[in-house]
Design a protein around this ligand. Sequence first.
Ligand code: OAD
Length: 242
Amino acid sequence: MTKIEQVGRLLKKSQSPVFFTGAGMSKESGIPTFRDAMDGLWSDNRPEDLATPTAFHKDPAKVRAFYEYRRDIIRGCKPNAGHVAISDLEKSGSKVVVITQNVDGFHEAAGSSKVFALHGNIMEDRCNDGCPGSHPMGRHASICPMCKKDALRPNVVWFGESLDERLLLQSTAAIMTCDILFIIGTSGLVYPAADLANLAMQRRFPVIEINPEPTPFTDQVDIFLPGAAAKFLPKICRFARE
Ligand code: OAD
């Protein structure tokens, strides 16, 4: 039996799979990851210059420009076969939960209905002064529609900021009650998100990792599939649906 068949069988038996995804999930869509040596977003930019509250306070225009650049990339891309495979699995009756560190909204766009986007949504803005709610972003808009201050920022989590407590609790509950976990396309270097996957290592259900490169999780997972998410997921999910 191939590893893909093995994983497909495990997924077929599962009632409540969780897919924990990172930037590699959207790589085949054309969106650069953060830490790839050649074209990762952090290979040219220091996170502390662009993705922190201090950076925004110091130079909001520079930070907004970086996010406009990333939004432009996302506008030109679409969900890939991996996102679609996960959504099709849900449509076939499986109680799929997606926990993602990605801010591109591609799991939702592909049709997944239960997505916990831990790091926010880059295509929205919110007020940095704490006005409630988020807004579909207007190109280059910076004035908060509620307080009228020049305070709009992307609706993402920056380094040094806390994750949404409710999302974190819901994600933890999903991991504690799932019967198979896929860790896909994440370097596992950013906390507290990575702790969700670490939590799973102490439990008794299969943990599968898909990534072209080994990560801090690889030695602890049950099956490691070395390669691209968009290549493996359609095959695995098709097998599970048959
Ligand atoms: P990283 O850029 O740190 O890691 C991307 C991972 O995807 C690496 O392990 C790659 O080997 C893997 N990868 C590359 N191509 C792949 C493919 N085609 N299929 C599957 N995997 C592939 O991205 P994240 O782990 O998501 O946070 O980074 C976590 C967080 O750090 C991000 O959410 C972001 C960033 O700073 C914030 O912005 C708060």
